[in-house]
Design a protein around this ligand. Structure first.
Ligand code: C2E
Ligand code: MG
Ligand code: MG
Length: 836
């Protein structure tokens, strides 16, 4: 009991400290007494009568129980309670009131008071026990709260997310880590199901796993993505375990581990793995699809890899080859010595550089087959840049080596007969001459031509012709020594080089042997063929001291043999120059041609440029030589002129042209006038005019159907007699044309003097019309001149549309040339003529 007026204290050590706030002294004492009776150390009661005192006392701490009257002089009712509760929330508070205060007292209990006592009912026996009970309960509650706080702190400190659900599966608790992972607040998680936050793409799978686990009772564990409200994705591993409260299942707890980082690493690794895989695949496919063989070894020279080509070329499968010594799988030998070739991989490794294989290396396949190869070996480096092995790349060059040999052979040999060709012959001839010069010996060259071969080719066909040439090649080769060379020049010409003879007579013996060998009839298919030869011989040094001279003279001698009736041989003689020989040869041919009717006429249309119709034709001679085929006039007309044969030939042409045109007319065709080329010699020939008159008479052709093409030179020479002839021709009624106009003399006076009907502009001017302005000027000048002199103008050699267009703009009347038609055989030409 304390002193009145002051704070009464009866403090007992270890007693529960009670602060009684009561202004009614009687009530206060009653309570003090009730509590005092409770033995030593139980309650130490302090009393105050005002709220302000109570608050002050609470402020200095130590009070465990507060008994509060709600009707104090400086504080009443629930406000008084609130003030006290705020000041000491941890203190056990009992509210004291009268029976009429019960409603307020209850309100206080709702706000934190532990209980209330109705004054007047305080029982000395009951109060301490009630207090003790309330204290115990508070202690328990405080302990629980502390433990929960501890748990919460621990739980929030954990990096593992925790999700606790009740029996229905609704969330009752989540920790901070879970909220971080799910992106939800504590409140947002409450009442939700655990699957709510699963990424929609994972949800189905996870729930299926969940159902399976639930079925089997196995602990559940899985990985999935959380999709946070702001779309962020977090990878998590989730464990789920049942919480057992005694026997009854009591909800579940899920721990959630954020594995985003691990996943990121995992994905990165997988990406790298995939990239590596792709890289390997690509390399593998590439290596297997390239034509080159690729083989790798380690530092010890053991095979570590072969691509497909390498498998094929070595004959070793990858499985068999791996780990074997290189020399076993890649067995190479030197093509020349057949000794084992040095291992290129070893060199590449020891020298740390790319090395090539020795030329002429052969790869011996597992089955013993050999192939020529080309290869190179290079060191392989590891990441540290140290040599870790070698790669050998090689390919089969058998074909290309064979091709090189073949090309070399082809360059020097004739395709058809396999004999050396002109190139090789020239080489050998110059070698032979060099050698003969040093040794004081002679060399003979025989030009050999098959007589009438052309005939065989034309009548029996090229295939038979080729067989004849091949068989001739064999027979010729059989007649000479192996040191001699038989060569085919082309066509039916062979050349034989006798590399070393003592005297020209040796060559004659060979030539005779050749004639005999070939004279033997040969069977080719069902044909029996007789071949004769014309042979020309020239000898070094007598007939020439260099290859060109020896060749040329053998050729001349051969023509001589031909001209001397074929099937014989001739030595070159000083009088035989090649032109003379050729001339002689042609002349002989022409005589025969006249006799045997080997000449033909081709006809080339002359076209009116404005209308496109044919206005005339030019007859052009061709020689159908049985051996040489169709010979162009340029090859023989000059020679015919030289030897005078042009006169009988020209007469034949005139007669044939007149006959032909008359025969077209007779057969009802709308024939056009024919122009015939007359050479100077013919023109000046005594009986020319009479001869012509006779031909016209004999063939019955009206003279206006005939035009004579003369050259400028005819008109310029001996003009007086020329004038007379021209006048009589004109009187006869034939047309006169000047051929190749523009190429001759510059004096144009004769144009006025002579009765010329037609000017033929030489084709050389027409050819360059588009590019040469001089030519264009000349052509337009000639056209203008012709127009003034009332002469017909024909442009020769019109080949292109451009030339034609130019001529048209210049109003050139007529043209002749390949653009319209080539010269045609009579039958073809007749088809162009319209029936009347
Ligand atoms: P030419 O009298 O000037 O005959 C024209 C020549 O040009 C012909 O050559 C003809 O085929 C050729 N030719 C025609 N159109 C074109 C073309 O568009 N482009 C080119 N580049 N050429 C073309 P061919 O038939 O070879 O006659 C050549 C020469 O031989 C003739 O020149 C003529 O001077 C002479 N000739 C032809 N036949 C006889 C004849 O029976 N007697 C005489 N004495 N000489 C003749
Ligand atoms: Mg002509
Ligand atoms: Mg001409």
């Amino acid at each position: 009991m304390g002193q009145p007026g002051s704070a009464r204290r009866s403090v007992t050590r270890c007693a529960t400290r009670v602060l009684l706030v009561e202004d009614n002294r009687g009530d206060a004492e009653l309570i003090e007494q009730s509590l005092a009776g409770e033995g030593e150390g139980s309650f130490g009661v302090e009393s105050v009568s005002r709220l302000s005192d109570a608050l002050e006392r609470l402020g200095s701490g130590g009070i465990e129980v507060l008994l509060l009257d709600l009707a104090l002089p400086d504080g009443q009712g629930i406000e008084a309670f609130d003030q006290v509760f705020r000041a000491a929330p941890d203190v056990l508070i009992l509210v004291l009131g009268t029976a009429s205060d019960e409603a307020i007292a209850r309100q206080a209990v709702q706000r934190g008071a532990s209980d209330y006592l109705i004054k007047g009912h305080v029982d000395a026996h009951w109060l301490p026990r009630a207090l003790r009970y309330l204290l115990d309960r508070k202690a328990t509650r405080d302990a629980l709260q502390a433990s929960e706080l501890r748990f919460r702190a621990m739980s929030d400190a954990s990096p593992l997310g925790i999700f606790v659900s009740d029996v229905q599966g609704d969330c009752v608790y989540t920790n901070a880590a879970y909220q971080r992972i799910s992106g939800l607040t504590f409140e947002e998680t409450l009442g939700t199901k655990w699957s709510t936050a699963i990424h929609p793409d994972d949800r189905q799978r996870v729930l299926a796993e969940w159902r399976d686990a639930a079925g089997s009772g196995a602990p559940f564990q899985t990985e999935f993505r959380f999709l946070q409200p702001d779309e962020r994705v977090v990878w998590a591993r989730v464990n789920s375990a049942a919480m057992n409260d005694g026997l009854a299942a009591n909800g579940r707890v899920k721990t959630v581990e954020d594995i985003s980082q691990r996943k990121a690493v995992e994905f990165a690794l997988r990406a790298v793995e995939e990239a590596l895989f792709e890289e390997r695949e690509r390399a593998q496919v590439t290596l297997d699809s390239i034509g080159d063989a690729v083989l790798t070894t380690d530092l010890q020279g053991k095979v570590t890899y072969l691509n497909l080509a390498a498998e094929v070329m070595t004959g070793w499968s990858r499985e068999d080859a791996l780990g074997r010594p290189l020399s076993e799988v890649f067995h190479i030998i030197d093509g020349a010595t057949r000794q084992a070739a040095p291992n290129p991989a070893r060199r590449a490794i020891s020298e740390n550089r790319t090395v090539g294989l020795a030329a002429d290396s052969l790869l011996v396949r597992r089955d013993g087959c050999e192939s020529a190869i080309e290869d190179s070996a290079a060191p392989i480096h590891n990441r540290d840049g140290r040599v870790a092995g070698a790669v050998i790349v090689f390919h089969d060059v058998s074909e290309s080596r064979a091709m090189v040999l073949k090309m070399a052979h082809l360059a020097h040999h004739d395709f058809l007969t396999g004999l050396p060709n002109r190139v090789l012959l020239t080489e050998r001839l110059s070698q032979a001459i060099g050698l003969a010069r040093r040794r004081g010996k002679q060399v003979a060259l025989l030009f050999v031509d098959l007589d009438y071969f052309k005939h065989i080719n034309d009548s029996l066909g090229h295939a038979v012709g080729d067989l004849v040439l091949q068989s001739a090649a064999l027979r010729l080769s059989a007649c000479v020594r192996t040191t001699d060379t038989v060569c085919r020049q082309g066509g039916d010409e062979f050349v034989i080089l006798l590399a070393e003879i003592e005297q020209p007579q040796d060559a004659a013996l060979v030539a005779e042997k050749l004639l005999v060998a070939l004279a033997e009839p040969q069977r080719i298919g069902q044909h029996e063929i007789h071949v004769t030869l014309s042979i020309g011989i020239s000898v070094y040094p007598d007939d020439g001291v260099d290859t060109d001279a020896v060749m040329e003279n053998a050729d001349a001698a051969m023509y001589h043999a031909k001209a001397s009736g074929r099937n014989n041989y001739q030595f070159f003689t000083a009088g035989m120059n090649s032109h003379a020989v050729r001339r002689l040869f042609v002349e002989t041919g022409l005589r025969r041609a006249l006799r045997q009717s080997e000449f033909r006429l081709h006809y080339q249309p002359q076209i009116d440029l404005a209308s496109g119709t044919m206005t005339g034709t030019e007859a052009l001679i061709r020689w159908l030589d049985p051996a040489l085929g169709l010979v162009e006039p340029e090859q023989f007309v000059p020679i015919a002129e030289e030897c005078g044969l042009i006169v009988p030939i020209g007469r034949w042409v005139l007669r044939e042209a007149c006959r032909q045109v008359q025969s077209w007319l007779d057969s009802g065709l709308h024939a056009v006038p024919v122009a015939v080329n007359i050479s100077a010699l013919e023109f000046r020939h005594q009986g020319f005019v009479e001869g012509l008159a006779l031909i016209l008479k004999e063939t019955g052709l009206a003279p206006r159907y005939l035009e004579l093409e003369l050259t400028e030179s005819i008109l310029m020479h001996n003009t007086e007699s020329s004038g007379r002839v021209l006048a009589s021709l004109k009187a006869m009624g034939v047309q006169l044309a000047i051929d190749d106009f523009g190429t001759g003399y510059s004096s144009l006076g004769y144009l006025k003097r002579f009765p010329i009907d037609t000017l033929k502009i030489d084709q050389s001017f027409v050819q360059d019309l588009a590019t040469d302005t001089d030519d264009a000027t000349i052509v337009s000048a000639v056209i203008g001149m012709g127009r003034n002199l009332k002469q017909r103008v024909i442009a020769e050699g019109v080949e292109t549309q451009e030339q034609l267009a130019f001529l048209r703009t210049q109003r050139c009347e007529q043209g002749q040339g390949f653009f319209f038609n080539r010269p045609l055989p009579a039958e073809d030409f007749a088809r162009l003529l319209v029936a009347v």
